[in-house]
Design a protein around this ligand. Structure first.
Ligand code: ADP
Ligand code: MG
Length: 228
């Protein structure tokens, strides 16, 4: 029997997925563009050997997202396993360094401890890429820094990841809107990155908390349950 409510819910879900799907593809493509631009600058192409595996990895990732989407049946196709958070963060930073370099943003890496969380590697990566990318994009006045640290809170059995930038920051009003679908202040933004990050981290049992001051910068705290 045809159930209109269920049908409409599915329709909404599919269109939302189509939008986030397009968005998810953007990050890997941005990364590839960054590396290619770097290679262009380097006349001898001596960095090609170093970056080629990363380029391939990113293309594979874009491909995986398309494949997963076309399967569609299970939108939340989590594969939870013990993941070393420091490795995920390192990968994200490596991938975003070219983007940072072009924006004159240094990505500072402090005190990242090896620690294991129950997570889906792809989704964790996607979440952090979105948040770190926003931090880089918040620096629009020439140059700045993004700081990344982790802090294990053994008592609470959680780990806190802090991603801080000294970019343009947000007002109270703007802070309330972050994570709402399609909320963006960027001319080429989709307003989906934060929503996706928040949702994925919540599905892994974590939380995302934003603190911000206009003109000073933004601090994002992501808390995830430790494996032990
Ligand atoms: P998009 O990046 O496509 O605009 P997001 O959902 O990732 O979409 O972010 C939504 C909005 O939240 C951004 O357009 C920006 O205004 C704001 N925002 C997110 N992160 C930061 C940050 N670190 N500093 C300042 N503003 C931010
Ligand atoms: Mg974004």
């Amino acid at each position: 029997q045809f159930d209109e409510m269920v049908y409409m819910d599915k329709l909404t879900m599919v269109s939302e997925m189509a939008a986030s799907f397009a968005h998810e593809i953007r990050n890997p493509i941005t990364t590839v563009r960054g590396f290619v631009q770097l290679l262009q600058k380097d006349a001898g192409n001596s960095q090609l050997e170093q970056f080629a595996p990363l380029i391939l990895e990113e293309l594979d990732r874009a491909n995986k997202i398309i494949t997963d989407y076309l399967k569609l049946a299970k939108p939340a196709d989590f594969r939870l396993q013990p993941i070393d958070l420091s490795e995920v963060l390192r990968d994200c930073v490596d991938l975003l360094r070219p983007l940072g370099a072009f924006a004159n943003v240094s990505i500072e890496w402090e005190n990242i401890e090896k620690c294991y969380v129950w997570g889906d590697e792809q989704y964790l990566k996607q979440s952090f890429l979105n948040i770190i990318k926003n931090a880089i994009e918040a620096i629009d006045n020439g140059s700045g820094s993004v700081f990344i640290t982790t802090q294990s809170l053994m008592q609470q059995k959680t780990v806190k990841v802090v991603i801080e930038d000294n970019g343009k920051g947000m007002t109270e009003e703007e802070l309330k809107k972050i994570g709402l679908p399609y909320y963006t202040t960027k001319s080429k933004g989709t307003g989906l990155g934060s929503m996706i990050s928040n949702r994925l981290i919540r599905e892994m049992g974590g939380t995302v908390h934003y603190m911000s001051h206009p003109g000073k910068g933004t601090r994002v705290e992501i808390t995830l349950p430790l494996m032990k």
